[in-house]
Design a protein around this ligand. Structure first.
Ligand code: SOE
Length: 398
């Protein structure tokens, strides 16, 4: 694999003091605001010497009380309730959008027009059309852009990519991926934006399916055709505001899809919020002419691999590889082998990659996901929805 910007290169300034500051404007202070800010604070001393030192210029959210508390908790200089005001702060060089899906397009387009580099949570948008408008805006503005498909930065998945790029797996025949969670099954659970099409765009498909669609593109290649089915099992959920009202839940609770890839590989995709016992079960298997690889996010420092190598044929079979050696991707920054890292560290790697691209004027692609990847992901999601509605396969055209 070539030494891509931020991907494996740890070449930063000789001493941390030489690293430039990079001003951050963070939209959102809930789950992703927390995960991203944790990465901003950890990056300078763990991706050492840092390629840049994030400066927590501002955080923005709808609740004045909530966002002021978040600014105090994390150390942001300013708390905003209007993202436009935050974009007006010249100290903001990177706009990081961790808001709900309906709050992705307008702020990101405005940030690009203001000359800010733009980082946006997945899915990039609610539809391919909305994603295309965002892609056009960042390209026109000439700013760096990245979508938070953070699983591209889990060391075991990076290692899988290296195996494939090196030809160690040979021709790929199968991609088999699921992303299963259990939290959507209680009909008494109050609604959230993730169950409302006008805000989210889709349900498990855009929230979880987007990740395994991105990994399919990252590890196998471009889908040529999809055939999908979607299902909604709870049509309305309590408003949760004491009114006793029910709010329509008009998104997919689960989907399955078949995929034919350019180059002939076949794939399956499945995502659901109705899989009891599955907490964050993002898992895939790749079968190639020279071997197979299996990954499970709930055991994210491991790969199950099969290579018909030089072991006695009676001993041949899948074996577990602990991805924790200094020679494994990103591990040179962390701990001695066997001292595990976690989900949060993928965000540290992801932002190291993005800031490297900014500071060194390098490319986010192909190892980071750009807005082009976010747009193509949205095209595939829309095609799965179209296929489910029409009951037939749909070709993928970007
Ligand atoms: C909820 O389904 C969620 O937080 C997703 O939105 C994230 O992208 C995924 O990484 C974990 O689960």
């Amino acid at each position: 694999m070539s030494e891509e910007v931020g991907f494996t290169s740890m070449a930063g300034p000789k001493a941390a003091g030489e690293a430039p500051e990079i001003g951050i404007g963070m939209l959102g202070y809930a789950f992703m605001g927390k995960a991203h800010t944790n990465a901003f604070k950890k990056l300078p001393y763990m991706m050492y010497p840092p390629v840049a030192i994030p400066k927590l210029v501002g955080i923005c959210g709808r609740s004045e009380e909530g966002v002021k508390e978040a600014a105090k908790r994390y150390g942001y200089e300013n708390a905003y309730t209007d993202w436009r005001a935050m974009l007006g702060n010249d100290a903001v060089q990177v706009f990081d959008n961790g808001g709900p899906n309906d709050a992705h397009a307008e702020p990101c387009i405005a940030a690009a027009a203001a000359g800010k580099h733009v980082f946006c949570e997945k899915p990039l948008a609610r539809t391919a059309e909305e994603a295309k408008g965002m892609l056009d805006a960042v390209v026109k503005a000439g700013v760096k852009h990245m979508v938070a498909f953070n699983y591209r930065f889990v060391p075991a998945i990076v290692q899988a990519r290296k195996f494939i790029e090196s030809g160690a797996l040979g021709k790929i025949y199968h991609w088999r991926a699921v992303y299963l969670q259990e939290w959507g099954m209680d009909p008494k659970m109050p609604t959230s934006w993730r169950f409302q099409k006008a805000i989210a765009g889709s349900g498990a498909l855009g929230d979880l399916g987007a990740h395994i669609i991105d990994l399919a593109r990252f590890l196998v290649g471009e889908p040529k055709k999809v055939m999908g089915m979607t299902q909604n099992w709870i049509g309305a959920r309590p408003a949760g505001d004491g009114s006793g009202k029910m709010v329509p839940s008009d998104v997919d609770d689960g989907f399955v899809a078949l995929v034919e890839f350019e180059g002939g590989a076949l794939g399956t995709l499945e995502a659901s919020r109705f899989c009891q016992g599955r907490k964050n079960f993002n898992s895939f298997e790749i079968n190639g002419e020279k071997g197979s690889i299996h990954f499970n996010l709930e055991r994210l420092n491991e790969l199950e691999v099969f290579w018909a190598g030089d072991e006695p044929k009676e001993a041949r079979g899948f074996h577990n590889v602990l991805i924790s050696e200094g020679y494994h991707p990103y591990w040179g920054n962390w701990w001695p082998h066997g001292h595990m890292i976690g989900w949060e560290h993928s965000f540290v790697h992801e932002f190291h990659h993005f800031f490297s691209a900014i500071v060194k004027n390098g490319d986010v692609a192909p190892y980071g996901a750009t807005f082009e990847d976010g747009y193509r992901n949205a095209v595939i999601c829309d095609a799965i929805v179209e296929s489910a509605a029409k009951g037939k396969a749909v070709d993928i055209n970007y």
